[in-house]
Design a protein around this ligand. Structure first.
Ligand code: 16G
Ligand code: MG
Length: 548
């Protein structure tokens, strides 16, 4: 316990000056931009992490340095709350204020404001765990965080080069060790052991599937899959591609989950012939999409929506077989979920579906409202949350028949296999593999649950994207006034047509999404809506072109 020494804070801060004129915002995924602009920001996020820990009775707060699927020259930083969730939303504003303090004196004023506003005790101890992805800019940014933590006397744990979900996992472990909510060993070995044991339990007596090709986006997932293979190698063969984490410029370049999802094709260089099973991670391994080529060699994507459908149907069956009917299951999606997936969940699986705004924190919180909440963004980020009611029911269930006992054991293994803190490519991959193994189905059979409606995502550059305001989980525009009525008029004649417009939370653009019954209708619709936005809401540069 020691009070904050503001003179020391100022001296340390002087070594991490804010670039003048830059405005920082703690957005959907923390601060994210060109790495060269982030030194002062990461220093200040170190301060914020310490304050957050002080506020929460010295619980350990996580700091992750990553820019996920962004280009290699970008980086970013975000905080993880004690149970592995995203930073509580009300603190995002404190983060933004700290990052924008122009001088060292201003910084001290903002710290003091935060202390007063949140009623925290500045002399409390603080504890921080931090990690980074493989970006070359990572070590220097870690050093900036460390400078802040040192000046505030925080207890620190350097978790090294890790995936984002590993950092979320370890944060929760550190805060629950020795309690009845204990989540696992707070080490990387503990993480792989937990996943490995659960996976073994789920697949050990079943015939193994063929090898899985994993595109690691030339990122941190590559070394981690190799570590994973040491614990699950007897049940599954991984063929890791795009695993070069040392050559400059390769991270996320023409590979990775975001590339595959947005381009709707396999990474160049991957030999995706019929019969190959493949998946892609993103740069920090918190997203995954699957794909294969059909008999004609045509690329087929199994995105986050498909994973949600597979996961929900498997869990629904297990819960029913186990006789645990009081466990209520729900699925959470965003407006980007393909209309066919929502129809499948609602009409075939008959499971409640909620739609929330884009961003993990929104999905996560909505999923907490169910006993078992399955959430996935179409882009491949997602997980399953089991409430304490669900976990207690599963643990105390005895089961009268061998089928019931088996279903209960599987559910129990799933609660360990699934990283419940955040979407996790490694954990999600093992989850999908264990379902496919249990059902003994191929990627094609999984794909047959429903057929995606053709869809298209377009970026429109406008003078000021902040004039766009949405409602109804981003499915409708409130402002600019009158624009939504025009969108409705354009969409109306299209069979199964749907389109919405929202400002991006991570890029200076407006995103237009469209889907319709056929590829031609879909492309025409996307082109018309993008053009409308460009014409009516301050389009900049070239008007969106028709898709040919
Ligand atoms: C961030 C979000 C992701 C979301 C994406 C949308 C987190 C950890 N990540 O990557 O969930 O899908 O932003 O980006 O929340 P956009 O606002 O630019 O469309
Ligand atoms: Mg990511």
């Amino acid at each position: 316990m020691a009070p904050i020494d503001y003179n020391k804070v100022k001296l340390a801060s002087a070594k991490h000056p804010k670039p003048p004129g830059v405005k920082f915002t703690y957005g959907t995924a923390g601060f994210r931009m060109k790495a060269e602009l982030l030194d002062s920001v990461t220093f200040r996020v170190g301060i914020l992490a310490s304050l957050r820990s002080k506020k929460l009775d010295s619980k350990t707060i996580g700091v992750m340095i990553t820019a996920s699927h962004n280009p290699e020259e970008d980086n970013g930083v975000k905080l993880v709350d004690p149970y592995g969730e995203m930073l509580e939303q009300s603190w995002e504003e404190h983060a933004t204020k700290l990052a924008n303090a122009e001088s060292d004196d201003d910084l001290v004023n903002v710290i003091q404001d935060i202390i007063v506003n949140t009623g925290l005790d500045g002399s409390n101890d603080s504890s921080i765990v931090y990690a980074r992805d493989t970006r070359p800019s990572g070590p220097a940014l870690v050093a900036a965080v460390e400078d802040a933590l040192k000046v505030l006397g925080a207890k620190t744990l350097d978790f090294g080069v890790k995936t984002t979900p590993e950092l979320h996992y370890v944060t929760r472990c550190l805060n629950t060790t020795g309690t009845e909510d204990a989540y696992g060993e707070p080490t990387e070995e503990g993480y792989f052991k937990k996943l490995g044991d659960a996976f073994r339990e789920l697949v050990e007596r079943k015939p193994h599937p063929s090898a899985l090709t994993v595109d690691a986006a030339n990122g941190v997932g590559a070394p981690k899959i190799r570590q994973l293979a040491e614990v699950v190698g007897e049940f599954i063969d991984f063929n890791v591609v795009n695993d070069d984490i040392y050559t400059k410029g390769k991270l996320n370049f023409q590979c990775g989950a975001d590339f595959v999802k947005t381009q709707q094709r396999a990474p160049p260089g991957m030999n995706l012939v019929s019969g190959v099973r493949a998946c892609s991670f993103d740069g920090d391994a918190d997203r995954i999409v699957y794909y294969y080529a059909d008999e004609d060699g045509k690329f087929r994507l199994l995105d986050g929506d498909k994973i949600a459908g597979l996961a929900a149907s498997f869990i629904i069956d297990l819960v029913r077989t186990a006789g645990l009917g009081d466990i209520k299951i729900g699925v959470v999606q965003t407006a980007y979920a393909n209309g066919s997936s929502t129809a499948y969940l609602t009409n075939v699986l008959k499971v409640p579906v909620s739609c929330v705004p884009t961003g993990v924190k929104h999905l996560h919180h909505e999923a907490e409202k169910y006993d078992v909440g399955v959430y996935f963004e179409a882009n491949g980020h997602g997980t399953v949350l089991f409430s304490s009611h669900a976990i207690n029911s599963i643990r105390s269930a005895k089961g009268g028949t061998p089928e019931q006992v088996e279903a209960i054991n599987r559910l129990s293994a799933l609660t360990n296999l699934i990283n419940q803190t955040v979407g996790d490519a490694i954990s999600d991959m093992l989850f999908v593999e264990s379902i496919l193994t249990n059902k003994q189905i191929t990627l094609k059979q999984w794909d047959q649950a429903y057929t995606d409606l053709p869809n298209r995502l377009v970026k429109v550059v406008v003078a000021d994207r902040h004039i766009f305001r949405t409602t109804d989980a981003e499915r409708k525009l409130v402002e600019p006034k009158g624009l939504q009525d025009k969108i409705n008029t354009i969409v109306a004649p299209y069979t199964e047509g749907r389109s919405f417009v929202r400002p991006s939370g991570t890029e200076d653009v407006v995103r237009v999404y469209a889907e319709a019954a056929t590829r031609q209708e879909c492309d025409e619709l996307a082109f018309k809506i993008a053009g409308l936005v460009f014409d009516e809401a301050g389009g900049v540069g070239e008007r969106p072109k028709e898709f040919l």
